[in-house]
Ligand binder design. Sequence first.
Ligand SMILES: [Zn+2]
Length: 384
Amino acid sequence: MFRLPITHAFLRSLSPSSTASSSSLLRRIPLSGSNFTPFSLSRSASTWYYTRKGLRYSTELPETPPRSYRLFGGRPFSSSAKQGAQYGGNQYRRFNDPKREPLFLRLLQNAKPHHFIVIGLGISGFYIYNTDTVEVTGRRRFNCISAQRELDMGQQSYQEVLAEVRGRILSENHPLTMKVNRVLQRLIPQASIEGADWKVHVIQDDGMMNAFVLPGGKVFVYTGILPICRDQDGLAAVLGHEIAHVVAHHPAERMSNSFLTMGAALIVSLLFDISGHLPSLLLNLAFSLPNSRTQEAEADEIGLLMMSKACFNPEAAVGFWARMQEAEKGSPPQFMSTHPSSYNRMESIRGWLIKAEAAYEDSGCHAIGGFIPGFRQASHDYGW
Ligand SMILES: [Zn+2]
């Protein structure tokens, strides 16, 4: 359920192609072996551009004839101008007809100052109404997607991912699936996600160093990331981070931001009569990159606390990210492409370790013997 009907209407108004892309934005899996960046704004922006192309009317034509043509009235220099001459200049004349001007520009020209004030207040109200707080970190952010809608989209993505990895998922009784599940079961009590139905899927693909969790609690771990995890603590660092993205509703936030990006790019493009690429690129930079870093840092912090409360060694997170950076140096980007290392991740994690160790103590983890060595031994048996 959307918080405002306008959001619903906005989604409905998307073309079938853009709606499909919106749902596929939720996928956190490389398609056909290639790298796939989830919630990619550039992806949504290009979809929007495609939609706009369908609506375009005559933006490539100059508002006035080329200078040479206009001044001298003689032989045109360009083939396009020649084409315009062939049509008797009709294409130029229609720009002088106010009835043929785009509706948006006509509305803009006729708008009174108070219209802008009303529109501005409406947009601000919508933004403020749909602003919420991330529970653990207290960060305020724009999020117009409800938790239920996010779960629904997660479910849709789940079916798509299952179709993609069909035949490569290890059975529920496979030792690796059971081990990953054991780590997950210890983390779940720390992850409050309403309506979640947790399930582990280990995908047999030693060349893929990736893992992700969909809204709704479907966990996917590629066998290629297990050697990087090294042991249960390393795996808890990965799962903690991925679960934290879902706990903090980052998928919904990214989608909400992509709506803002699309809307703003559309307005900028209509106002300045330029291709959708430039404004969407600029807005992508403005919204996506800093936001992405913010979300990564937040997932690191929440995940670290989560794994500590579940009695996993929080220092393992530093080791995991160091190994991951090393492993991805010479190979095509996989996990790191969706988890940018453009901020000093390990420094930040070290900064949170004191807090994480306090959470570990508070949970009585020392009293129950701390880390469970049996799992570590068993994990060696399977080469990770
Ligand atoms: Zn992440």
